[in-house]
Design a protein around this ligand. Structure first.
Ligand code: SF4
Length: 314
């Protein structure tokens, strides 16, 4: 067995198809969104297709796709459409991924240029099969995109690279504007929701990114409605502030299929406002907390505000 294959098997978890069915709950009125139908939505979709790119917008069945793509805002998902982990909230398929596409950095860069973006979010599947967890590929995508579209600010939303030595350093050295890594949920729910990850590994990754480059903006997010209690959400906020994270996002978890973790609660907009207020009080530079918040939702607008906030405080 190749080392890469062994690594994947080690980190593979029970297939999603073996999980019990949890019929999705009916969404409350504050979650409903309009079906996408604007010409710009279809233009964005065509650019993604013609450059052979995957987006998390589609793979994750994101409810905001109509709004985001109508503003040419998309989150590109690099390193394929197959993930080496099987998180209980995520709609991306699990398995042994294909080899990296050497043309992908250039394709991403060209698509960013064609879309004429001010800000791009680049994420990936987990690639525990690769020696560097995919860090080198991330760095190449950043470098090529910077060369092709020098006025576009770049946000990366990375996996934890399994904590592999030197992986984070490679990504940070490529100088993304924002380093984002989501905690996804409170620590007590990791065994059910994010079984291949460790809460403190993720926290350390965020803290280290800021240590490596104090000028970088760091960002993290969680989903709520997975069964967490409020005190645990406040603990996550404190842990992220201790890791010097600048920007926190909190959004409602939505169950993609009956095989995924059920929605335990639909959190009300009022409770989101309470979380936002508490997080601001704890010192984050920016907080986005609404039912439809996703880590990349309004990322371009929020990055401009984040940068301005830091300037104001300087
Ligand atoms: S919120 Fe993020 S993932 Fe969802 S459609 Fe917008 S850019 Fe894509």
């Amino acid at each position: 067995m190749a080392d890469s294959e062994r690594s994947v098997r080690q980190w593979r978890h029970p297939e999603k198809r073996n999980r019990p069915d949890n019929p999705p709950r009916r969404k409350p009125p504050w979650i409903r969104v309009k079906a996408p139908n604007s010409p710009t939505y279809f233009e964005t979709r065509d650019i993604m297709r013609s450059h052979n790119l995957h987006t998390v917008c589609e793979e994750a069945a994101c409810p905001n796709i109509g709004e985001c793509w109508s503003q040419k805002h998309a989150t590109m998902m690099i390193m394929g459409d197959t993930c080496t982990r099987a998180c209980a909230f995520c709609n991306v398929k699990t398995g042994l991924p294909n080899r990296l596409d050497p043309d992908e950095p250039e394709n991403v860069a060209r698509a960013v240029k064609t879309l004429g973006l001010r800000h791009i979010v680049i994420t990936s599947v987990d690639r525990d099969d690769l020696d560097d967890g995919g860090a080198g590929h991330f760095a190449e995508v950043i470098t090529r995109t910077r060369a092709e579209a020098p006025n576009t600010t770049i946000e990366v939303l990375t996996p934890d690279f399994l904590g592999k030595d030197g992986a984070l350093e490679v990504v940070v050295a490529a100088r993304p504007d924002v380093f984002n890594h989501n905690l996804e949920t409170v620590p007590g729910l990791y065994p059910q929701v994010r079984p291949g990850a460790r809460y403190f590994t993720s926290l350390q990754l965020l803290a280290k990114a800021k240590e490596l480059d104090s000028g970088i903006f760091t960002k993290s997010g969680i989903m709520v409605g997975l069964g967490e209690d409020r005190q645990a959400v406040h603990q996550v906020m404190d842990d992220l502030r201790a890791a010097d994270v600048d920007f926190l996002t909190i959004g409602q978890y939505l169950q993609p299929t009956p095989k995924h973790h059920p929605v335990i609660d639909f959190i009300t907009p009022e409770q989101f406002a309470t979380y936002e207020q508490a997080a601001r009080g704890k010192g984050f530079l920016m907080v986005a907390a609404t039912p439809l918040t996703r880590s990349s939702y309004h990322a371009d607008r929020d990055f401009a505000a984040l940068r301005q906030r830091r300037r104001d405080l300087a």
